[in-house]
Ligand binder design. Structure first.
Ligand code: URA
Length: 434
């Protein structure tokens, strides 16, 4: 087989065979196919697309390029969830202990944030002592013991994806639905869970801006998972505003704990329950109604919060200090920012709010940057709220005043006010795909 033939076929819009895709992935991972040829193929895929069969074959090869986790030693349905990422999305911190409290086995491998806010691992690392680099053995033993563990991805999970993603990042070939689907699903398949629920975001702060694109990505990932023998469902959810009210690593842990204690933002609670209910439907084969009822009951009775504290303690954090509010880091400086006029907050550009969080110190400008676990913001007003002049819109947290100045400017650039008060009729969960 020759790479030139693959490039010509894809350039002409033809489908590659399973064998050709296997040749490409193994050759590239082994270093036999140079970056310039791989980049050319990625660009041709971006422009010409791939069939579902090609995408499934690419996913399968990337998943098999490194370690494949076997979860067969666990007693009970194994589940995983994945979000395509959004500002303020801390649902994993809620869903993982909630699903475990419902009897599911949650062996969760998560990542760090690549963009403006931290990932699940960054958020958990804001809890002093919390270990996020468990060995595979310790990870599995913990799930066996308490039903849940959250760890960073091992270095050898889908290494082909890691290498290809770096190339895509450098060659403007990230935004292909097929390549995104293969990238996400290769890691999910390698992580081993039998039941997978995806949260595909759309809107101003998401990879997919339109609902149609998000639906296409969700359908493709569900199809790939099914072809590879997993039970799958996906929710397409709105990201036209940040999720919940807290953005920033320790702040998001705080908000997740509020939800687990039966308080907090309604939309965040509802989405966490919806995702958990999907996991329960897949894992136990129960009806949607029964699944929702079980999830809501385990949340309201405190079992999910207990499970969260158990998870924290199992991974080295102090559950007691966390519960008493003394564990999480606090920012040196904070500032309330106020409405400059009366009006309805008609829009809050999610991406700009994410950039504000990054400027404050909560996210990375580039890979490897340090993040400030205490930095971020708490929103006091959300889209469609009416604000009076002088009312607090948000509180910003950072290590110094200069960051607060820059963050404040970015925050105001995210807001649009109107004098009338239009109704928001768009639900948070836009579609369910299974
Ligand atoms: N997240 C991933 O893991 N891969 C992509 O290609 C895009 C987002």
């Amino acid at each position: 087989m020759r790479m030139a033939d693959l490039l010509n076929r894809k350039k002409a819009g033809k489908a590659l065979t399973d064998a050709e895709i296997a040749y490409f992935v193994s050759g590239f991972t082994a270093g036999d196919i140079p970056d310039y040829q791989a980049s050319a193929l990625l660009m041709a895929i971006c422009l010409r697309g791939m069939t579902d069969q090609e995408t499934a074959a690419l996913t399968d090869c990337m998943a098999r390029s490194g370690d494949l986790l076997t979860l067969s030693s666990l007693h009970g349905p194994t589940v995983d969830k994945h979000s395509t990422g959004g500002v303020g999305d801390k649902t994993t911190l809620i869903v993982a202990p909630l699903a475990a409290a419902c009897g599911l086995q949650v062996a969760k491998m998560s990542g760090r944030g690549l963009g403006h806010t931290g990932g699940t691992i960054d958020k958990l690392e804001s809890i002093p002592g919390f270990r996020t680099a468990l060995s595979t053995d310790a990870f599995l033993r913990q799930v066996e013991r308490i039903g849940v563990a959250v760890t960073g991805q091992t270095g050898n999970l889908a290494p082909a994806d890691k290498a290809l993603y770096a190339l895509r990042d450098a060659t403007e070939t990230v935004d292909s639905v097929a390549l995104i689907a293969a990238s996400v699903m290769s890691k999910k398949l390698a992580a081993g869970a039998a039941h997978i629920v995806l949260d595909v975001k759309c809107g101003s702060g998401a990879f997919m801006e339109t609902q149609a694109d998000a639906r296409r990505l969700a359908q493709l990932m569900v199809e790939i998972g099914k072809r590879c023998g997993r039970k799958m469902a996906a929710l397409v959810t709105d990201m036209d505003a940040p999720l919940g009210t807290h953005i920033g690593n320790a702040l998001e842990v705080r908000e997740a704990m509020e939800i687990l204690q039966g308080r907090g933002d309604r939309a965040l609670r509802d989405l966490s329950l919806a995702l958990t209910a999907q996991l329960l439907q897949l894992g136990f084969g129960v009806s949607a109604e029964k699944a929702r009822e079980t999830a809501a009951q385990k949340l309201s009775c405190g079992a999910a919060f207990e499970k969260f504290l158990e998870l924290v303690a199992a991974q080295g954090g102090s559950a007691q200090a966390l519960e008493s509010g003394t564990a999480l880091p606090k920012a040196k400086c904070s500032r309330d920012v106020f409405a400059k006029q009366d009006g309805c907050l008609a829009a809050m550009q999610t991406r700009a709010v994410g950039e504000c969080a990054q400027i404050l110190g909560a996210g990375r400008a580039k890979k490897g940057d340090a993040i400030d676990p205490a930095a971020g913001l708490i929103l006091h007003k959300k889209p469609w709220d009416f604000c009076r002049r002088g009312e607090p819109l948000a509180t910003l947290y950072a290590a110094d005043e200069a960051k607060l100045d820059a963050g404040e400017a970015r925050f105001f650039a995210a807001l649009t006010f109107r004098q009338d008060a239009p109704q928001n009729t768009r639900p948070l969960v836009l579609e369910t795909i299974c």
